[in-house]
Design a protein around this ligand. Structure first.
Ligand SMILES: Cc1cc2nc3c(=O)[nH]c(=O)nc-3n(C[C@H](O)[C@H](O)[C@H](O)COP(=O)(O)O)c2cc1C
Length: 95
């Protein structure tokens, strides 16, 4: 099983969480900062996540998801976010 975790971070918490997830996942896992604009081709599972800043997961995560949509439809996708307000999590991930 091949996994890709793409994260966006400002202060490093999301990167730390991405590394923790990578350690828990079975199979081969690649970690990539969204700044690297990684290819999602050839992965079974893709995890996208990052920090909520001013109400949004920023740093191009939405743009990345949209521009890779056709490939993402061929794999299992999971999302995570780091934020202060637990009440906002579902809303931000749906947004
Ligand atoms: C400028 C700024 C704006 C933030 N805005 C929000 C917000 O709107 N909602 C929230 O729940 N957390 C907010 N946070 C908290 C961050 O989401 C949280 O600290 C997160 O863990 C940072 O992740 P990072 O270390 O990967 O950048 C904000 C933090 C900063 C520095």
């Amino acid at each position: 099983m091949k996994n890709l975790i793409v994260y966006s971070t400002r202060k490093g918490t999301s990167e730390k969480l991405a590394k923790m997830l990578a350690d828990k996942l079975p199979g081969e896992t690649k970690l990539a900062n969204i700044k690297e604009n990684p290819s999602v081709k050839g992965y079974d599972n893709v995890i996208l996540g990052g920090a909520v800043l001013a109400g949004e997961i920023k740093n191009g995560m939405r743009k990345f998801a949209v521009s890779n949509l056709s490939e993402l439809k061929n794999c299992q996708v999971a999302l995570f976010c780091c934020c202060l307000s637990v009440d906002e999590i579902d809303q931000r991930l749906l947004h």
